[in-house]
Design a protein around this ligand. Structure first.
Ligand code: ARG
Ligand code: ZN
Length: 466
């Protein structure tokens, strides 16, 4: 993002200096060029691409879960954001058999995670165009030693398929503009052999009985970052209950654990009410978790359908992944070195739910315990992390402290007003640490820049505000 901003600035500067020669209708800036192969993310420079913005993905996938084979057609409706001679999608592994743009065959080439597509004629800036990619193969999740806890993307374990992509795994199973700065809506049409069940993001719109096979149509109607797209295929039972304000609570549980898990997740609806009253209405139509029949070691806040391992079936984790639906999913970090914008908020809101349950001084006492640990262990700041520390205590606990410090500094009323203003302003989009600070300054009517910078970027923990 930052590199991109500099680059765009430079182009505008040069364009502004250009002497006007020749007929004004043929401005040199209208010459179509290729989009860049990355958006300039500070940690993952090749994630995402420039030159276009995807509006909607339709993923038609036929999956042989037992053999882990996927045959798919991805249809992307996009808008060109510049005169575009060629552009990239991100796709790692898989065989691409054909690409069309507006139904005309397009040239394509592959190199690493970059799929470069050249339309027969350049696209005008502002043009809405449809790209169709036909592909197949066995998706291979990304095993990054710096993020050893997760194999990013499409996983198959004993015939059960689950997708956990944070941060870069979406490109293991569909061609994608793979950066949170390009959110889009989705339709999933997934065909599997009976008796497999398919869960994905959003709302289950239809089930089409094909005899030996069944197609599940899922619709994610609100914008979603690619790392939050998920599919689960296997032996799951859907447990559905009405939630508050028309939000449907639906979980997908392994059949043998339905009773225990129904009890463990019974207060999900109350949690939705709690966060709705604290922040704003739940941002999507439905919510629930999909529980794996084997241990995962983590949970992930995949939009409307958090992926869980059974060892994570705990109230605090349920509250954490649910809180992410507001902070992380509806409001999303704009660059991967700012995971604190997701995790600091979810950690703090998780503790707010537990305080609501347990009462007393649970929250402030717990935060002061964190403070001690963070000080003793000299935990680095959350502000600009590296790949290995994307999900470290710096991000979760020190990240939560940024919010608690702000609350102690400006008082409860202004803090809740800040939380709601920040959410309303960046909902359905992305947010930067600078946006966070600017919003806090604006709502408090105070210049808190130095104060917040110290909490976000200083090596040592600042003193707790009185
Ligand atoms: N965004 C996920 C969460 O916080 C990340 C899970 C990271 N897990 C881990 N063991 N580091 O819910
Ligand atoms: Zn989290």
């Amino acid at each position: 993002m930052r590199k991109l901003a500099v680059w765009v600035g430079l182009v505008l500067l040069l364009a502004g200096c250009r002497p006007i020669v020749g007929p004004p209708s043929v401005a040199p800036s209208s010459a179509a060029t290729a989009g860049l192969p990355g958006v300039g993310d500070p940690i993952f420079p090749l994630l995402g691409n420039t030159g276009y913005d995807v509006q909607h993905y339709t993923l038609d996938l036929t999956v042989d879960a037992a053999r882990n084979l996927l045959k798919g057609t991805a249809t992307l409706r996009s808008e060109a954001t510049q005169p575009l001679a060629a552009f990239n999608l991100d796709l790692l592994g898989m065989n691409v058999s054909a690409v069309t743009i507006a139904d005309a065959p397009a040239l394509f080439a592959r190199s690493g995670q970059e799929l470069t597509i050249t339309p027969t004629a350049p696209l005008d800036a502002g043009a809405i165009f449809t790209t169709v990619v036909a592909y197949d193969g066995t998706p291979t999740p990304l095993a990054d030693p710096e993020l050893a806890f997760i194999k990013q993307g499409w996983n198959n374990r004993d015939g059960t398929i689950f997708v956990v992509s944070e941060p870069g795994g979406a490109m293991t199973w569909y061609p994608v503009n793979n950066h949170p700065t390009d959110k889009a809506t989705y339709t999933f049409r997934i065909t599997v052999d009976e008796p497999n069940v398919v869960a994905a993001n959003g709302v289950l719109r239809a089930e089409i009985d094909l005899g030996a096979q069944r197609t599940y149509v899922w619709e994610m109607a609100q914008p979603m970052a690619s790392y939050l797209a998920t599919v689960a295929i296997g032996d799951f039972v859907r447990i559905e209950t009405p939630g508050p304000d028309g939000v449907v609570i639906r979980h997908y549980f392994p059949p043998e654990d339905v009773d225990a898990l129904t009890r463990a997740f019974a207060n999900t609806g109350e949690m939705v009410t709690f966060y709705s009253e604290l922040v704003d209405d739940y941002p999507f139509d439905e919510y629930g978790v999909v529980m794996m029949p084997f241990s995962l070691g983590f949970a992930l806040e995949t939009q409307t359908l958090s992926v869980f391992g059974p060892e994570m079936a705990m109230e605090g984790v349920n509250a954490h992944e649910l809180a992410h639906q507001w902070f992380g999913d509806a409001v999303t970090l704009d660059a991967w070195d700012e995971t604190w914008l997701n995790e600091g908020f979810a950690t703090y809101l998780q503790r707010l739910w537990l305080e609501n349950e347990l009462g007393g001084d649970f929250l402030d006492k717990g935060m002061r315990q964190y403070y001690e640990n963070l000080t003793v262990f000299k935990t680095p700041p959350p502000g600009a992390v590296e790949e290995a520390t994307l999900f470290s205590e710096a991000v979760y606990e020190r990240g939560a402290w940024v919010l608690h410090a702000l609350r102690l500094k400006i008082g409860d009323d202004l803090f809740w007003q800040f939380l709601r203003t920040y959410y309303a302003r960046f909902k359905d989009g992305v947010v930067s640490t600078e946006d966070f600070i600017a919003t806090a300054n604006e709502v408090s009517g105070d210049d808190l820049t130095d104060f917040l910078n110290a909490w976000i970027y200083d090596e040592t923990m600042p003193p707790i505000p009185e």
